[in-house]
Design a protein around this ligand. Structure first.
Ligand code: DC
Length: 234
């Protein structure tokens, strides 16, 4: 039970670069306000994964597009993540989509305008009843009328350090310099693409979390929503 009264259909958009903590913040805010949380990065990760499963190279955009409709039709986006449905068979592929290599593939398919277009309706449909949605273009393109928009950043070094400690905590091999180089390349792809690049919406609140703990970021977000009377303490 949430201790907040939330205005009907409240949409909260949280955008930012890889490793800025937006996924963690979105999950914490969703829990606090009892709103569904939608991690849109998973959608692009899923398309990259389907392409790989179908033996399609990401350098061949037409080949990716030819499998796109079937991939979207077979996708069920649930609260727990993404389920791939084929006939009677359901496969929860979320854990496969969280790998570093899936992230790298995702950033390549995310630069394809037709892929973005195919996923736009899916995202808007799910957001209709209210949600916390995190991604790169939520405040600018997907939900331009969202009542709460936040743009979360942190220095590149700090974001690399966070990813490094996450991988270490999972017992995986991780090299800070490699992670930093990968983040830099991903930032360049996400901000430099022509279609829906990562950028702050003019009406989004910028929060630099480099020296903040996640609880403080959540408090800041809740303060803004409360001041705007989008949420009220019960
Ligand atoms: O947030 P993430 O690391 O799971 O995102 C994976 C890739 O998908 C990332 O390179 C950026 C892209 N992406 C996007 O272009 N638009 C979104 N709304 C979400 C993710």
């Amino acid at each position: 039970m949430s201790s907040w009264q939330v205005s009907e259909g409240l949409q909260i958009a949280i955008d930012g670069p890889s490793g800025s903590g937006k996924g963690t913040i979105a999950a914490m805010i969703g829990k606090e306000l009892a709103l569904p949380v939608l991690d849109t990065g998973l959608l692009y990760r899923y398309i990259g994964w389907r392409a790989e499963e179908n033996g399609v190279t990401l350098a061949d955009e037409n080949a990716v597009l030819s499998m796109l409709d079937a991939a979207v039709a077979a996708m069920d986006w649930q609260a727990k993540g993404i389920v791939f449905v084929e006939g009677d068979e359901e496969k929860d592929c979320t854990s496969l989509l969280r790998s570093e290599s899936a992230g790298s593939r995702a950033s390549k398919v995310a630069a394809m305008p037709k892929v973005r277009e195919a996923l736009l309706g899916v995202q808007r449909d799910i957001a209709k009843l209210g949600c916390v949605m995190d991604g790169r273009d939520i405040g600018t393109v997907v939900l331009p009328d969202a009542q709460g928009k936040f743009f979360l950043t942190a220095s590149q070094r700090e974001r690399a350090r966070r990813r490094w400690s996450q991988l270490k905590a999972k017992g995986e091999e991780a090299d800070l310099d490699n992670i930093a180089a990968d983040l830099k390349a991903r930032d360049a792809r996400d901000t430099g693409r022509d279609c829906a690049p990562l950028k702050k919406a003019v009406d989004a609140i910028h929060i630099d979390s480099t020296t903040m703990c996640m609880d403080d970021v959540v408090e800041r977000v809740l303060n803004v929503l409360e001041r705007r009377k989008l949420i009220n303490k019960k």
